[in-house]
Design a protein around this ligand. Structure first.
Ligand code: AMP
Length: 286
């Protein structure tokens, strides 16, 4: 695996690979990697000849007072995880490399970005859409792998690629969890002691919702209410939202039909956690 720090080097290597008929897979990350990230890299490696992963803690997607400065970083460990998972090219650009001049262009997907997480984090998805469109322009024609863990982000990136005719096929990959159900996240290192134990409330609430749907409950308000109850019984969790939405438009639904996603977000002490599931197919939920 080769590590590079400039856009020019990465672009050249990928252009050369495509010129010789190789397929390119892209896995954007913010580093401090775990098995959720590695699962995306393995999926890319199984379908593509060249896998570029990027590690960039993108200042644009952090608001004032969020954890930009404290975001965990460990490049040597990340390089080992990438190499093991089949990454062939790792791009680790500096902030100056990505934003040499103050950025004045906005990439925005308002109908998908102004709901759910976008209500508490109004500038977040603009920063995500902007950096991902830069990464798509740097990587060129490719398949790009994103986790369902960030369901709203996955819908935004998919729609952005479609609307802007990016030469990129966005591929969503299933959520990887700890054995007790907690979705893996770089931010889980903030969860100490009792907060780590309490953090299973997110996956437990989703499991409650899925079980109700499986037992025939179709009223979305009933399902959401039952998920909220679990949070109210967990004093260490401060619920931001529990929601049942159309999986693609992210608009709230009244009835749980096909293509409905259940999503939750909560603050547990120092960590803001998110999780979600298909309302009918719980996949990795314990
Ligand atoms: P991040 O480093 O948090 O920006 O995440 C980089 C990519 O990894 C995003 O596409 C995430 O959705 C994905 N990802 C993060 N955690 C998980 C997980 N537990 N399971 C699957 N994908 C994940």
């Amino acid at each position: 695996m080769k590590t590079v720090h400039t856009i020019t080097e990465a672009r050249q290597l990928l252009d050369d690979a495509r010129a010789s008929g190789q397929r390119v897979g892209l896995v954007p990350t913010m580093g401090f990697l775990h098995d959720g990230h590695a699962s995306l890299m393995r999926a890319a490696a199984s379908a593509c000849d060249v896998v570029i992963s990027t590690i960039f803690v993108n200042p644009l997607q952090f608001a004032e007072g969020e954890d930009l400065e404290d975001y965990p970083r460990d490049l040597a460990r990340d390089q080992a995880i990438c190499a093991e998972a089949g990454v062939t090219l790792l791009l680790v650009p500096s902030v100056e490399e990505m934003y040499p001049t103050p950025i004045v262009t906005e990439v925005a997907v308002p109908p998908l970005a102004n709901v759910l997480d976008g209500i508490s984090r109004p500038t977040h998805f603009g920063g995500v859409a902007t950096v991902v469109s830069k990464l798509f322009n740097i990587a060129g024609p490719c398949h790009a792998y994103f986790g369902e863990k960030d369901w709203q982000q996955l819908q935004i990136v998919t729609r952005m690629a479609l609307d802007l005719s990016a030469p990129v096929t966005v591929v969503g990959c299933p959520i990887v969890r700890e054995p007790d159900g907690l979705a893996m996240s770089s931010r889980n290192v903030y969860l100490t002691g009792e907060y780590r134990t309490a953090a299973t409330v997110l996956s437990r609430a989703l499991r409650r919702g899925v079980d109700l749907v499986a037992s025939g409950q179709t009223d979305a308000a009933g399902v959401v209410g039952a998920m909220e109850e679990l949070f109210h019984a967990e004093p260490l969790a401060d619920l931001d939202y529990a929601a049942a939405v159309d999986a693609s438009t992210l608009q709230p639904v009244d009835q749980i039909s096909e293509n409905v996603r259940l999503l939750v977000a909560a603050q547990l002490g120092p960590a803001r956690l998110i999780d979600n599931t298909d309302a009918h197919r719980p996949n990795s939920l314990p």
